[in-house]
Design a protein around this ligand. Structure first.
Ligand code: UT7
Length: 322
């Protein structure tokens, strides 16, 4: 056990496929409109891995990881562990993390996947943070990578319009400076399996599509994300108003706005990019983080609160000072 070590996010990298599906695409064959989708979800377009450009979740994760490694100035060989959050692995095994370990050349890294759906990034970050603070690893890749497009029933207008493909990776490293005021200051995980039937993706059988009772998920998601945000802030010794930016899972702009309203966080302190990517599940928090980091909103010293909720239900939140 290494006492008093904190882990820091050194960098973030992302990848989204080139193919853009706009809301107009759905108007062409479903009973829906751009106006309905944009006003009910905030989504205007999403990226998908097209047939012309086939990629695996591991391929997308590797592209995002190479960007993150380059930005951090870390060599693949210096990575001690890779944790991948995904609900769209290519195989049950080998895991997506093992495929990435090989492709990236992280020869010294352990590697495993976790299943926590749209809360996957917060779950993976929590596990990686705990491995670093306990001294089991020094530098890790925390990955969210999803090809949601292969799980969708493209004739179900209540789900197919919501999701997109993408990947995001952060490099997490032990901060050997001994500072206590930066890095991951708190993580909070919870789950409620009693509502598993509201949002599910069966692995076997005829109906292997993502199924969701949208409006029920919506209600619970708002409450769960707001509660989890307060818990992570308290554990870090902060009040919600101390946080510079809320970086929430991007499921639906109305969910994000309702969470912000419940927490009394003004919308200019909330990172939102659901309009461009839709719900990319475990990739959505790093995709939002990267955008705010690159445009200068997030900088050294920024206090960030990550929060996500996903099928299971799984709920995760974390406070991080960059
Ligand atoms: O990461 C967590 C994963 N979960 C989520 O991201 C989703 C959370 N839920 C939602 O985002 C929203 O519940 C939806 C966007 C899925 C639906 O919005 P809503 O305001 O909750 O609508 P609703 O489900 O209550 O449906 C209202 C109506 C229904 O028609 P009727 O029964 O009132 O005639 C739906 O059939 O809207 C209809 N509808 C649509 N109409 C046009 C559902 N999807 C569409 C559509 N276009 N794409």
């Amino acid at each position: 056990m290494v006492a008093n070590i904190k882990s820091r996010i050194l960098s973030v990298g992302t990848y989204v496929p080139d193919t853009v599906l706009t809301n107009e695409h759905f108007e062409s064959y479903l009973e829906t409109t751009d106006e309905w989708i944009a006003s009910r979800t905030g989504i205007r377009e999403r990226r998908v891995v097209g047939k012309e450009n086939p990629m695996s979740a591991a391929d997308m994760g590797c592209r995002a990881a190479r960007v993150a490694l380059e930005r951090a100035g870390i060599a693949a060989a210096d990575i001690d562990g890779i944790i991948v959050a995904t609900f769209t692995p290519d195989n049950i095994f080998p895991s997506t993390a093992c495929m990435m370990q090989h492709d990236l050349g992280c020869t010294g890294a352990f590697a495993f996947d976790i299943s926590a759906a749209c809360a996957g990034f917060t779950y993976a970050l929590t596990v990686a943070n705990n491995m670093i603070v306990s001294g089991q690893a020094k530098t890790m890749l925390v990955v969210g990578t999803e090809i949601t497009s292969k799980t969708l029933d493209w004739n179900d207008r209540g789900t197919c319009i919501l999701f997109g493909d993408g990947a995001g990776v952060v490099v997490l490293q032990a901060d050997e400076s001994g500072r206590r005021d930066r890095g991951i200051l708190s993580c909070h995980l919870s789950a409620d399996g009693s509502m598993g039937n509201l949002l599910m993706l069966p692995l076997w059988g005829e109906e292997r599509f993502l199924k969701m009772k949208g409006n029920e998920v919506f209600k619970h998601a708002v409450r769960m994300m707001a509660d989890a945000s307060v818990k992570a802030a308290e554990m870090a010794g902060f009040k919600i108003e101390d946080i510079d930016f809320l970086v929430p899972h991007q499921a639906n702009i109305r969910i994000v706005q309702s969470v912000a309203e419940q927490l009394a966080v003004p919308l200019d302190k909330v990172v939102i990019n659901v309009e461009k990517y839709g719900n990319t599940s475990s990739a959505s928090i790093p995709l939002a983080l990267e955008e705010a980091w690159l445009d200068g909103r997030v900088k050294e010293g920024s206090k960030l609160l990550f929060v996500g909720v996903g099928g299971g239900f799984t709920i995760g939140s974390a406070v991080c000072v960059i």
